[in-house]
Design a protein around this ligand. Structure first.
Ligand code: GDP
Ligand code: IMO
Ligand code: MG
Length: 434
């Protein structure tokens, strides 16, 4: 029996979906614990691509139990679309395969409208570059104690009361502050009730079920979304998302006790990307940045935006190791570095004559740091066909060994291509000693 948490170590899109899918083979339950459909997790199985925004990436294995924890926020229309798409592909999602926490909050139409209106109203330099999916406004309502939980769909009069109070306030904001059209209460209530009819059979107590699974000796995999530098507390605030993305939230976001977590796997892209605005010390604005973007296919899986690209940032990696308690690294997209003459890794920042070994909390400082690099020789050969660590080019092995040495954490997985098969599983985290 063991419980393993997967988290992103950078600014998201590290390849979490692929690694979750891979490790699902060894797990019994897979549970998402935060974020919403701002996430886009891509997996490729036998050449077929799947993109999930809400449903855990473990869903492709038909005999596994997938769960959505209370920390996740759900756009019901998007969830139903995802369920329908899987059904079309011959993978019906039944309540036996998917359980949704009754405490998960719902993203409502007004959250999306407010997200877009707030972002449009921000001046240049202040824009966050949100996904426009209503994430921030929905979490605001949750913390403000006015949110609507998926469990509320079971009680029509409670739902109508809550919705009425919310829509009065949101329409005031939409019309008076942003000059937008008001939303209709009746229409919204009808939509939400219709979603409720389709979703209530999936709703239950995730915490209870995880506890039963753990006591029965099952393997549990916790799937994080986004990345450590997008964490609401620990990331490059305010250019972050609105949830805690770090491993500790696997417990809050599902109702699971921290002492039962056995391993935390940090997904680390062999270089760095970021979508949206905000500081990115190792960003490349040159030919190399373009090469990484192109070879890595670095387009956002949710919004289709081009991802900004840069060298691996060891400062960011070490922040992630500390903030998440990472016990093993999954180094992804190593194949994208093939063909680079030399590969740089940032080892510290310089700021006003001082050397920094952690991302500064002040956004001005985070924007102003200069990365200091060490340089490693690259390799020419394509490595997507490699299946044994020893068969990697010597320079690629040295690069991985250097990352392990710098972070103090061993690489347990190395990924050399998008397909499930294109992976070197060096150590199975479900078999790791605590
Ligand atoms: P996530 O949000 O962390 O799940 O990552 P995304 O799915 O948004 O982005 C990662 C992208 O890289 C996806 O298109 C994956 O199919 C792809 N990918 C994952 N691992 C590898 C790898 O090792 N090599 C290459 N070339 N692509 C990969
Ligand atoms: P996955 O799970 C990359 C970014 C957005 C924006 C900021 C805030 O696929 O790694 P939000 O809509 O959350 O309020 O936007 O966070 N962002 C992501 N970037 N991958 C993600 O998820 C992201 N989810 C949000 O681009 O900069
Ligand atoms: Mg993604």
């Amino acid at each position: 029996m063991s419980s393993v948490v997967i988290v992103g170590t950078q600014w998201g899109d590290e390849g979490k979906g692929k690694i979750v899918d891979l490790l699902t083979k060894h797990a019994d339950c897979i549970v998402r614990f935060q974020g919403g459909n701002n996430a886009g997790h891509t997996l490729v199985v036998d050449g077929q691509q799947f993109i999930f925004h809400i449903i855990p990436s473990g869903i492709l294995y038909e005999d596994k139990r997938c769960m959505i924890g209370n920390g996740v926020i759900i756009d019901p229309a998007v969830l139903l679309d995802e369920i329908a798409e899987l059904k079309d592909k011959g993978l019906p999602v039944t309540p036996q395969r998917l359980l949704i926490s009754e405490n998960a909050h719902l993203i409502m139409e007004y959250h999306k409208q407010l997200d877009l209106a707030q972002e449009a109203a921000r001046s240049k330099g202040k824009k966050i570059g949100t996904t426009g999916r209503g994430i921030g406004p929905c979490y605001v309502d949750k913390v403000g104690r006015v949110g609507i939980k998926i469990g509320d769909l079971l009680d029509k009069s409670l739902l109508a009361d809550k919705l009425q109070a919310n829509i009065d306030e949101k329409n005031f904001l939409l019309t008076k502050k942003f000059g937008a059209e008001p939303l209709s209460f009746d229409l919204l209530l009808d939509h939400v009730l219709a979603y409720g009819e389709q979703l209530t059979s999936y709703v239950g107590n995730v915490s209870l079920e995880l506890d039963t699974a753990r006591k029965a000796g099952k393997h549990i995999l916790f799937e994080g979304a986004q990345g450590t530098q997008l964490d609401i507390d620990h990331g490059t605030y305010p250019f972050v998302t609105s949830s805690n993305t770090v491993a500790g939230n696997a417990c809050n976001g599902t109702g699971f006790g921290p002492v039962h977590i056995d391993a935390v796997i940090g997904i680390l892209k062999a270089y760095t990307t970021r979508v949206g605005e905000g500081p990115f010390p190792t960003e490349l604005h040159d030919q190399t940045g373009e090469e990484l973007q192109k070879k890595g296919g670095e387009f956002g899986a949710t919004t289709g935006r081009k991802r900004r690209c840069g060298w691996l940032d060891g400062v960011v990696a070490n922040d992630a190791v500390r903030l998440n308690g990472i016990t093993g690294l999954a180094i992804t997209k190593l194949d994208v570095l093939s063909g680079q003459k030399s590969i740089k890794m940032c080892t510290s920042y310089k700021l006003n004559g001082s050397t920094l070994h952690a991302m500064p909390s002040s956004i001005d400082k985070a924007t102003g740091v200069q990365p200091l690099y060490e340089e490693h020789p690259g390799w020419d050969a394509e490595i997507d066909g490699v299946r044994e660590f020893d068969n990697l080019p010597a320079q690629a092995k040295d690069y991985i060994r250097r990352i392990e040495d710098f972070t103090g954490v061993e690489a347990t997985i190395v990924s050399v291509g998008p397909d499930r098969e294109e992976t070197l599983l060096l150590k199975n985290p479900f078999e790791a000693e605590k």
